[in-house]
Ligand binder design. Structure first.
Ligand SMILES: Nc1ncnc2c1ncn2[C@@H]1O[C@H](COP(=O)(O)OP(=O)(O)OP(=O)(O)O)[C@@H](O)[C@H]1O
Length: 310
């Protein structure tokens, strides 16, 4: 196990920010920590990095206990925090080179690493610029380049795409996948479900400082009741029709508004066919029909009872 967190408890005064949080992360994973604002993601990361004292629990990284003076472990960790932390008086290149220099002495090796970091964060055209001249998205990319330039074994990214334009966001996500392909294990916190679904190999859903569920996207989707959501537009239905449809097997939720019916069904093969057969038997015309498999959003909604972006 690359990272092992067991029963972590962290209080800020009366507030229980981490409530016996446990996580295991294996080498090679892109592990997503998904939770709403205030759920404890940043606190967990800060404890993991031994930047924050915690009340109870165990943390091991690379098989060793993580302590504030575990410099051998820290050497092999790259951190990209929410707040951009770069030097205003240095150019893009100089900033990345400075951070690389904290880990790598050899000049030639450093040059290669800096060039690689510049290339894969797409900062080539901006290498001579000072941070002040960069857009928000480019600044974030610089922050990432500084955090990962030494190609650490473990990379921790805390919401690296918050308030970033789509082009930079895609660059960042591609970059994360590339770093992973090159051998880094990644812990990625976010409250953007699509991103987590797109890049993470495993996900833990956290809220109120606890892990509510964890697994691959597929495993998480199997944990919930919703197997399929069927939408049928432009369909005129009577109360009796709605009652009939509600009683079809596997249907557990039906909403009907503005001639659009949305059915939530548990996982079964013939949900759509059953509904369409009913409409045909009753000679009821209908417009567009679509069926969707559950998304992480459905998982989150069912597990926590709230939307992630509340
Ligand atoms: N230094 C602090 N002092 C007191 N309370 C804090 C402190 N830092 C965080 N908290 C509280 O602890 C809880 C967890 O916060 P944390 O920042 O870890 O959540 P998060 O999931 O990272 O949220 P966000 O997505 O907003 O960064 C929140 O209720 C927050 O208000």
């Amino acid at each position: 196990m690359l990272v092992h967190i067991e029963n972590l408890v962290k209080r800020y005064g009366d507030l229980l920010a981490l409530d016996h949080l446990s996580l295991d992360i294996e080498e090679g994973e892109i592990f997503g920590l998904l939770g709403p604002n205030g759920s404890g993601k940043t606190t967990a990361i800060n404890c993991l990095l031994a930047l924050l004292k915690y009340d109870k629990g165990t943390i091991t990284i690379f098989g060793k206990d993580m302590k504030p003076d575990s410099y051998d472990i820290k050497q092999d960790i790259g951190v990209v925090m929410q707040n951009v932390a770069v030097f205003e008086q240095m150019s893009v290149y100089e900033n990345i080179d400075y951070f690389c220099g904290l880990y790598v002495r050899d000049k030639q090796k450093r040059r290669e690493l800096v060039e690689e970091a510049i290339a894969f964060t797409g900062l080539s055209d901006f290498r001579k610029m000072r941070p002040k001249k960069l857009s928000g998205g480019l600044l974030r990319r610089l922050n990432i380049a500084c955090g990962i330039v030494h190609k650490p074994r473990l990379i921790i990214m805390d919401e690296p795409t918050v308030a970033v334009d789509p082009q930079s966001r895609n660059k960042i996500l591609e970059g994360i996948l590339e770093l992973n392909r090159q051998g880094s294990t990644i812990i990625y916190t976010s409250h953007y479900m699509e991103e987590v679904e797109q890049i993470c190999t495993r996900i833990a859903i956290i809220d109120h400082g606890r892990v509510l569920a964890s697994g691959t996207t597929e495993e998480l989707k199997k944990m919930i009741k919703t197997g399929e959501t069927i939408t049928i537009e432009a369909v005129a239905l009577t109360k009796n029709n709605l009652a009939d449809i509600r009683s079809l097997s596997h249907v557990f939720d039906l909403s009907y508004q503005d001639q659009t019916m949305i059915l939530r069904c548990s996982g079964a093969k013939h949900n759509l066919i059953r509904v369409l057969n009913y409409l045909q038997e009753q000679d009821i015309p209908f417009g567009r029909v679509f069926s969707e498999l559950p998304t992480l959003n459905d998982v989150f909604l069912e597990i926590t009872g709230k939307e992630l972006r509340d």
